[in-house]
Design a protein around this ligand. Structure first.
Ligand SMILES: Nc1ncnc2c1ncn2[C@@H]1O[C@H](COP(=O)(O)OP(=O)(O)OP(=O)(O)O)[C@@H](O)[C@H]1O
Ligand SMILES: [Mg+2]
Length: 224
C-alpha cells in the first residue's frame, strides 16, 4: 500500500544571486513496511528532500501525496496534525529539550495534540526497545551522542507514526552502535511502519530493502 508519493518534486533556492535546485525532479514512492535508505555527499540535497517528505518544507515544483491526497492542500492545522500523527521525525543533529528528562522528551509529541492514555507506559516500552530504559529520569546533558539519538528515535515513535523519517540517525556513531540502530529500524519496518533514512555509511546499505543515492539534487536507485 502506497503511503507517501513524491512526484517530480523540486526545491529551488536562491543564494548570492545564484538560483539552484537543491532537490531536482525527484520521484519516490514509500509503502508500508519499506525501509529506504539514501546516501549522498554533503550538500547533495538529502535533508531538503527529507524535510519536504515530512511536510516541513514546501516543494517549489511537483507534489507530495499522503494516502493519495496532496499535502500542499492542507492548511497549517492539517499539516501540523499530519506531521504529529503520521510522521515520526528524527532531525539531523541534537534535538532534545535540555530542561526535560529523557521520558518527558519522548512524551512531548503525544501532548502537542490532546490525547488520552498511558503515555508514560508507552514511552517506557519505547525506551526499552531502543535499549536505554535505565536512563528514563536522566537529562540530555548526561547522555552520550548515541543515547541522545535513541531518545530522539523513541520520541519519533511515540504517536505510532505511519512513516519514520530519520536524518543521519547514525552520524558519528561507532560501527557497533550504528549496526544496532540499523537493526532496530529493520525491525520497525517489519512491524509495518515505513522507514526513510539518510545515512553516510555505505555499509549500512545492507539493512535497507531499497537504497538510493543523491547527487546534486538528483535521486537514483543505488547500483547493486
Ligand atoms: N534555506 C536555504 N537557502 C539556500 N540554500 C540552502 C538552504 N538550505 C540548504 N541549502 C543548500 O541546499 C543544498 C542542499 O542542502 P541539504 O541540507 O539538503 O544537503 P544534505 O545533503 O543534507 O547535506 P549534509 O550531508 O551536509 O547534511 C546545499 O548546497 C545547501 O547549502
Ligand atoms: Mg543533511
Amino acid at each position: 500500500m502506497r503511503l507517501l508519493e513524491l512526484n517530480g518534486v523540486s526545491k529551488e533556492y536562491k543564494r548570492g544571486g545564484r538560483v539552484f535546485n537543491a532537490v531536482d525532479n525527484v520521484n519516490l514512492t514509500i509503502a508500508a513496511g519499506d525501509f529506504i535508505s539514501i546516501t549522498g555527499r554533503s550538500g547533495s540535497g538529502k535533508s531538503t528532500l527529507l524535510n519536504m517528505a515530512a511536510g516541513l518544507l514546501k516543494p517549489t515544483k511537483g507534489n507530495i501525496l499522503f494516502s493519495g491526497s496532496d499535502i500542499a492542500g492542507y492548511n497549517d492545522n492539517d499539516i501540523s496534525l499530519f506531521r504529529n500523527e503520521k510522521i515520526g521525525y528524527v532531525p539531523q543533529g541534537q534535538s532534545l529539550l535540555s530542561n526535560l528528562t529523557v521520558i518527558d522528551n519522548v512524551c512531548i509529541p503525544w501532548f502537542l495534540f490532546k490525547r488520552e492514555g498511558d503515555v508514560e507506559g508507552r514511552a517506557f516500552i519505547l525506551l526499552e526497545k531502543v535499549g536505554i530504559s535505565h536512563l528514563t529520569a536522566s537529562y540530555p546533558k548526561e547522555l552520550s551522542g548515541g543515547e541522545m539519538r535513541r531518545v530522539a528515535i523513541a520520541r519519533a515513535l511515540i504517536n505510532e507514526p505511519r512513516i519514520l523519517i530519520a536524518d543521519e540517525p547514525t552520524g558519528d556513531l561507532d560501527a557497533e552502535t550504528t549496526a544496532e540502530i540499523m537493526r532496530l529500524f529493520s525491525r520497525i519496518a517489519e512491524e509495518g511502519t515505513a522507514v526513510l533514512i539518510v545515512t553516510h555509511e555505505l555499509d549500512t546499505l545492507n539493512y535497507g530493502n531499497k537504497t538510493y543515492s543523491m547527487d546534486a539534487g538528483n535521486l537514483s536507485p543505488h547500483a547493486a
